[in-house]
Design a protein around this ligand. Sequence first.
Ligand SMILES: [Mg+2]
Length: 185
Amino acid sequence: MTQPLLLLDVDGPLNPYAAKPHRRPDGYRTHRVKPASWVARFPRRPAEHVRPLRLWINPDHGPQLLSLPFELVWATTWMDEANTWIGPLLGLPRLPWIAWPELHREDPDGLHWKTRHLVARAAGRPFVWVDDELGPQDTEWIAAHHPGDAATFRIDPRVGLREDDFATLRAWAASLDEPDEPDEP
Ligand SMILES: [Mg+2]
């Protein structure tokens, strides 16, 4: 059976950016990075004067993600930069990533700007979307428009992915393998 997709956001689930600035969550390490897209946010400053972006990354998350019965896909504004700046900190190989046509575009129906693209990318395959910004309207829309199994998994950006979240993801994937109840004769 093809594995379900795990469509994975970075800021929030892997980088709990909303934790208190001077209270780094347990298990995380601090990294200061300057991806090109970050430097581009300060067009009037020379690159060497742009302050690096602070990241909190928990190196245990890499092996935990790789042990899941999912095909991992970056679903983040980092796009391919996640492979340069995030994956290596976690020991992840290069992963496929979603190229958004436009970031943070307002949705006419109030959906998260990623939602329609995720469903298009999944193309009917089972998937879980892990993100700190999704809402109930996204879950509903996905249920109505995605022909396969899907689950949404909202992560608190003050906390990031936790041990029991991995267990939940594993249990969800296992539930896909269970045959449907046979019909009563
Ligand atoms: Mg996020």
